[in-house]
Structure formats: C-alpha cells, structure tokens
Design a protein around this ligand. Structure first.
Ligand code: ADP
Length: 477
C-alpha cells in the first residue's frame, strides 16, 4: 500500500506538539520586537525632551547676546562645545536667513541650512527626529526674541550609539531567550503529545483485540476525559451488540426448536402407523388428522416468522395510507366472529368517534387481529371481549379487554418476547406460536406508537394501544 507522504502531519501527536510550540513561541515572537521597538521610541522621546529642557538654558542668552547674529561670545562657545561633546554630537546655530552662524565642529559655518526641520523651527516649532544614517537624534529649537519673533534656530545633534548598542544587547538576550523558550516548549510539546497520542494508540490496540475477538470490552484506563468517556460509550455500544447477538442466537435456537416440534410429532405418528401390521381405517384417519394439524401448526409458525422478519427488516417499507380504523376493526371482527362463536365468546365493539389514521393497513390489521384473537383464545366459554376505539387530535387509542384467563404477574414483562408463552401447554393446545404479540409490538413500533398490558390472573387482560394519527417518518425533522 502506498504510504502517504508527510502523513505524520495529520497525527494527533504532531498537531498537539505543533499547537504547544505555537502557543509557546508566537507570544514571544510577537512581543520581543514590539518591546525592542518601544524601548527605542521611548529612549528617543525622553532624550529629545531632556535636550529641549536643557537647551532653554542657552536660548535666551544666544538671542540677547547677539550670538545668533554672529557676535563673538567665548563663554557661549565654550559652553556649547562642552554640551555638544557631552552628547557625543554637534550643535549648530542658524540665523533667520538659514545661514549657519555657529558650528561646534567649525566646518559648516557660513553654509545655508535648507533643512525641513530648520524651516519648521523658523515658524516657531520645536522638533526632533532620529536620523538613521548618522544614528543620531536631531533636535531643532526656535530661537525667539523677547517680542516673540523667531530670529534663528538651535540645531542639536546627539549621538544615539548607546541606544543602538543597548538595542543589540537586548536583541542578543531576546535570541538567547527565544532559544531557551523554544527548547523548553519543544520538550514539553514532545512529552505531552507523546502521552496523548500514546493513550489513543493504546485504545486502538484494544480495538484490534475486539476485532480479533480476543477481548470483549476495552479495558478502562486513566487518560484524558474525552477518551475515557469515548471508551465508556464504546463499551456500552459493545454491550448492546453482544446483547443483540445473544438474542439472535436465542431466537435461532427457538426457531429451530419450534419448527422441529411439529415435525417430531408427525414422525412419531407416521412411524406408529407404519410399524403396526393391521391398522383399522379409523385409526389411520385419526392419525392422518393429527398429522394434518401438525402441518397447520408448522405453517402457522412459518407464516408468523415471515411476518416477524418483514417487520424486523431495517427500514422496512410501510405503505402508509389514510385508513378508516372503524371500518378496519369491524372488518377484522367479522372475520374473527366464527372463532368467537365457537367458544361462545361475546365480542363487542364500541367506537367513540370515526377515526382516520395514517397507517400501513396490512401491518396494522395484524395488530388488531392478534390482540382480539388472543382475547378470544385465552378466554373461558361464555366470556366477553370489548374493543374500544377513540382518538384525540394527536393519537388513535385502541383498547382490547377480556374477562378471560389473565396473565400471571411474573409473565407480564415477557409477553412481547418472541416465542414466549405464559402458559405453554395451554397455548400449544390452542395453537399459539408465541410470536403474535412480538409481531404486534413490532408493527406498533413501526408506526411510532406504543402498547401496554394490564392483567390479573383469572380475571382478565387489557391491552392499550396508542398510535399517532399522522405518520411521521423516523429521522424526519
Ligand atoms: P401465542 O401465539 O402463544 O398466542 P402471543 O405472542 O400472541 O403468542 O402471546 C404470548 C403469550 O401471552 C400467550 O402465550 C399467552 O400466554 C399470553 N397472552 C396473550 N394475550 C393474552 C390474553 N388476552 N389473555 C391471556 N393471556 C394472553
């Protein structure tokens, strides 16, 4: 099989590791340059403010002494040179004609300074900026006479070498810190992601065991919450699947048993006729009659099984139509009337209102037929069966009540199970397969309805059915 290149990128371990690395490094990578830039800005601003404050000490003297007009002033010369040296830079004085009248470097005197900052300063603005080429701070301060007239500009250039070298030192520290942070987050990322992905790999190995059928459940182990929950849920699903599997196996063995019983009886009957030398015709007739009954029974079981299988088929298709339940019930009762009459059972149908429900007519007929048939079968001669039909705006209600044999309390929870018979011998005698109520329950479930049973042994039984009037397909919103 071709292995996908870079498939590790999709692994959980890699992703967790990558996220930890990113979370560890991104804030650092974002904050460090911002901090360095802020340091530079703040230093420049503070330096400029200090220079401007300091310069105020000389501006007045420069203007009043006529220094700005070019008059000699040894004291000012000396002071300005001292200040310029302390700044590691240079001081220029420009007069209102933009001519440089003083330069502490004595190189540009007499030249014209057509510089934006100087021109702005002639309009009364103090300014500063960082000059990238000389790596210096240039501050320009207007020289204003006592009557408010700008007579020149003081230009101070301060070397910011120390800022650059501090900046470089900080950068070096930042890079060392970056390497440390990277190493720590890298180790944390590897350890953390390895632990997380190991937990998942271990569950995946346990699942392999389930596929090989060497284990039945995933052992629960300490891991992160979501995985623990997932394992728990998975074990619940497995438990359900095992239960379904068990009930399937039980069903298959029940089916084989039920199908074998009539065959065994037929074999016994046939053997006993074959084994006898001279068999009277009456006996032949009697035995053949019994064999016929067993065949009927076998057919009944097979028919019931087929109905059940049809109900069980997942997504079994229902042919839903609007059915008049009153007419359907009357029709079924008419069919069952002869059986009821045979046992002298009085069947009464009471309808509170006409009920039209969206049902599958064939499958829903089975519900009513099975319940009424049971009420007749498990009854005493001379007994009664009441069927009541009612509805509200949402549901159709059918109640089938009898005053027959009743069901023992301990059997009640099981009557809807396949092949379950409350009274085995009696049920067999009256031709029961133990599948009728299972079919009934499945059919009702397919219509999204439900069924309840109440019974008292020796007094009678009530089955309550409730089915929505409008069919809603399962899974539909
Ligand atoms: P069967 O084919 O045996 O009638 P069912 O699934 O229809 O199977 O019913 C299961 C069992 O429930 C029956 O064997 C019977 O013991 C009991 N039962 C069902 N309906 C009634 C009823 N109306 N009265 C008494 N017992 C009943």
């Amino acid at each position: 099989m071709e292995k996908k290149r870079f498939s590790f990128i999709h692994s959980l371990g890699f992703n967790i590791g990558f996220i930890i690395l990113a979370v560890g490094l991104i804030p650092f990578l974002v904050c460090a340059p911002i901090a360095l830039h802020a340091y530079k800005e703040v230093t420049i601003h503070t330096d400029a403010a200090n220079i401007m404050a300091q310069a105020l000490r000389y501006t007045n003297e420069i203007v009043t002494s006529g220094y700005v007009e070019g008059k000699d002033n040894k004291k000012l010369d000396h002071e300005l040179t001292g200040v310029a040296e302390s700044y590691g830079g240079r001081i220029l004085i420009v007069n209102s004609s933009l001519e440089i009248v003083r330069d502490t470097f004595s190189v540009d005197e007499g030249k014209t300074a057509i510089w934006v900052n100087v021109i702005n300063s002639m309009h009364g603005q103090s300014q500063y900026y960082y000059d990238q080429s000389s790596q210096g701070l240039i501050v320009t301060i207007p020289l204003t006479s006592s009557d408010g007239e700008v007579v020149g500009s003081l230009v101070i250039n301060k070397s910011l070498d120390y800022v650059t070298s501090n900046y470089d030192s900080f950068l070096a520290i930042a890079l060392i810190m970056l390497a440390v942070v990277f190493s720590i987050t890298f180790v944390v990322a590897i350890v953390f992601s390895a632990r997380r992905s190991h937990a998942i790999t271990s569950v995946s190995k346990d699942l392999d065991g389930i596929i090989r059928e060497s284990v039945l459940t995933i052992p629960e182990k300490k891991s992160f919450n979501e995985l623990e929950k997932l394992v728990k849920k998975f074990n619940q699903v497995l438990e359900k699947l095992h239960a379904i599997d068990d009930s399937r196996q039980e069903f298959v063995s029940n089916v084989s048993h039920e199908l074998k019983t009539p065959l065994a009886s037929m074999k016994v009957l046939a053997d006993s006729i074959n084994g006898a030398d001279e068999v009277p015709v009456e006996m032949y007739k009697e035995f053949m009659g019994d064999i016929g009954n067993e065949i009927d029974r076998e057919t009944q079981i097979i028919n019931d099984l087929l109905s059940l299988v049809r109900m069980d088929k997942s997504g079994a298709s229902l042919t839903i139509t609007a059915v008049n339940i009153n007419e359907l019930t009357e029709h079924i009762l008419k069919r069952l009337q002869p059986i009821a009459e045979k046992s002298d059972i009085d069947v009464v149908f009471e309808s509170f209102r006409p009920v039209i429900a969206e049902v599958d007519e064939v499958k829903f007929s089975l519900v009513i037929t099975n319940l009424v048939e049971n009420a007749i079968k498990y009854n005493n001669p001379g007994g009664w069966v009441h069927i009541t039909l009612n509805s509200d705006h949402q549901f159709c209600y059918i109640k089938v009540e009898d005053n027959g044999l009743g069901i023992p309390e301990e059997a009640l929870p099981h009557v809807f199970e396949r092949f379950y018979r409350a009274d085995k011998s009696h049920s067999r005698e009256i031709g029961g397969t133990g599948l009728g109520l299972a079919i009934t329950k499945s059919a009702i479930a397919m219509h999204n309805g439900d069924i309840k049973v109440h019974s008292t042994l020796g007094e009678g039984t009530v089955f309550d059915v409730r089915v929505p009037l409008n069919y809603i397909q399962k899974g539909a919103k």
